[in-house]
Write a protein that binds this ligand. Sequence first.
Ligand SMILES: Cc1ncc(COP(=O)(O)O)c(C=O)c1O
Length: 395
Amino acid sequence: MNIDQLFSSTTKKALQNDPPGEWMPNIPANCLRLSSGFPAPNVVPVTELKQAVTNLLDQEQDLPLHYVGTPKMELLPEQIKHRLEQRALSFSSDEILVTAGACQAIDLIARVLLDEQSVVAVESPTYMEALEMFQNYTHQFIEIPMDEHGMKTDELAHVLAERKEQGLPMPKLLYTIPSFQNPTGTTLTNERRRHLIKLSEHYQFLILEDDAYGELYFDELPIPLSAMDTENRVLYVGSLSKVIAPGLRIGWVATTKEMVQTLFWFKKDLDHPFAQAIMSQYLNENPLDRRLKELRTAYKEKCDTMLEALEQYMPRHVSWYVPEGGYFVWLKISNIDTSALLDDATKNGVSFLPGKYFFLHEEEGREWLRLSFSYEEKEEIQQGIKRLSEVLSQM
Ligand SMILES: Cc1ncc(COP(=O)(O)O)c(C=O)c1O
């Protein structure tokens, strides 16, 4: 039987997109991975998590292994609430929905808000998995260009005013990663943050604020958009993937109680009570503030190493944005197609992510690439940049 014919019209449309994870490069084993947006292997707290699992099962026995919650798991929204307070965000625990990573939160929001006619505004470039998720629901996008200070809100204002005047559909949702963006590493200035909030009020759209990297600042803690929002327009999405362990899949959305209830309609049991209970136990036993302080220092040092190596080795036609936190450096190589460069780079033992995967229109990313300083150690980062420069000098 040909099952494809039974797919819903939304599924048929979604299947016309590239398959999920198409952007993931095939990296030979001996390659230095400047492509990976993962935490470094040595910062994943394996020993502490092992201990948390043992303690959890000693204390709660079979409970975390059933469908329903456990006392530990139910503590997690409360623990997240305390973390948010440190970001000047005030939510009660029933305004926080724990999800299977930030990805599930983004998907749920898209599912609840979007249909084929909905218009979504996105930064250009942006996190490719979010683009994949949105494209499962709609193909109506407005792309807002970025510079070294994040999304150009004046361009957004211009596009919105023009659409309004021409009677075109207005966006329902704007997706942004205002702090240490993926892939550009940029941080939206406070002035632009205020402008964005004003625009959302004026044109009545919601903002999905993805703050996956927000706590990994080098010097200054950015103020989340959500803290500037007085009309419940911001759906604030967070994650513990970048600061603890992505495999546990712990994220959340903080919004109104009503929206949490609606999102829950579709989330139901599609997450992991066991992983949530482990995370809660781990957070109880291991102060996250101390860990975050160590991570910030370690990632800042690695970022400095990458920036110094870029200064030392890169030819003049290469430029980059200097990040203030997060995992990434965004590089422009004039007159070079970075996806063609990847093959030679991996042959020379270094990987990166070509810029094209972060744009809806691939050609816009032709001369750009994303480097990650999170995964490799300082010496390897330096070596990786040297290897990349060798490939460039042969072109
Ligand atoms: C901006 C952004 N949001 C969300 C995620 C995924 O977060 P999670 O692992 O919590 O689903 C990533 C991971 O790369 C990311 O870069």
